[in-house]
Design a binder for this molecule. Sequence first.
Ligand code: NDP
Length: 445
Amino acid sequence: MSKKAEEFIGRVVEKNPGEVEFHQAVREVVHSVMPYVEAHPRYQKAKILDRVVEPERVIQFRVPWFDDRGEVQVNRGYRIEMSSAIGPYKGGLRFHPSVNLGILKFLAFEQVFKNSLTTLPMGGGKGGSDFDPKGKSDNEVMRFCQSFMTELARHIGPDTDVPAGDIGVGGREVGYLFGQYKRLRNEFTGVLTGKGLGWGGSLIRPEATGYGCVYFVEEMLKTRSEGLAGKVCTVSGSGNVAQYTVEKLLELGAKSVTLSDSDGFIHDPDGIDAQKLQFVMELKNVKRGRIKEYADEYKCKFIPGERPWGIACDLAFPSATQNEVEEADAKKLVKGGCLAIGEGANMPSSPEAIRVFQLAKILYAPGKAANAGGVATSGLEMSQNSQRLSWSRKEVDERLHQIMISIHEACVRYGKDGKHIDYVKGANLAGFLKVADAMIDQGLV
Ligand code: NDP
């Protein structure tokens, strides 16, 4: 990395102490874009890099709520409004005990470039709470969501900031959040995405992140004259992204052999077929159970406390959380003959793991490109809400597919280095330039 890039990152670290995930995300982007910025004085003069690492606004608030025993509980809520250079702030809400300012700033920062890549007019944001929905009753989740939205409502709006789901925030939570917003504002608008189908949601939105990730990997494989049919895949997580990754892989002839949660992973060498996937969806989305129950049901192995990266595979889809693929995992994947990585999760690979993939010259799709299908389809949900129309499943899926092809093309355009495609550089540079140019056009804001 250049001296200038190192110095810049040093200043970011000093200014944002302890926010290690944010430092990691900034380092990766700066590493990719600094050579371009150094060669183009207009970006330096406008101090674009200094400006994009500073959120436009950070909101932190208290979320008090009653549990089922009538006791008061207090959580912390956040919304990071990172950049509105190319559209209203847009990005999910995460409810997980690990949530803190640094994690949300990393997610909001990544979101800015991801949203730019989608070709749709969306700025970047992220929010959430350290609330843990696990083990809570529906009523507790509802009371929490109502309290959370009571504060958040004053900061968001269909033309200002449009949140969506993320870890711990699915259809149930979006419903409660939307209900409370409507009640406070007396407005039925597209202020959240990931809504229920009967009240403004888009077909394919639940599927979009997983499907989009598979479409992206398919494009990468084509560059090596390969396809998905017959490929053995490892998938981590068992939530929204993992489930629909498995579904699309199955449809396109590949075989998923693992799923995980924070307790460990299951290994089913026969493959997760449609019936087994239905079991997982019921287990995770309705019964809210643990993935171990899959192993009990289908008599396969459950490996507690481990991640699935030691299982030999052709393709790997990390779809749980950040930094879930470390250097040793990456080495195992490469050794096991893995051809491509599609990151369904945000920043699931550590910088050391990414280096292993890049040195091995395997096809590596960073999350901001590979998982952009989710937010892209949220953008399509916003368009449908504005027009008061609903597009068909086929229409939305085709648009999603086309967007993933466009993102792949942008990565190739900006990341091609001889025969090799550096998807990290491609995604970062393509995402960055659109935002940077918009910032220059709009003056010093
Ligand atoms: P869900 O809450 O539906 O599922 C998350 C899954 O990951 C669960 O299986 C969960 O297990 C597991 N997980 C979460 N945290 C950890 C952890 N610290 N260690 C091990 N496993 C963990 O979330 P999503 O599927 O929506 O999100 C998964 C990833 O995809 C996240 O990185 C998210 O930011 C990213 N993403 C999601 C998008 C979307 O549209 N939903 C869009 C783009 C990216 P457990 O139940 O045990 O916690």
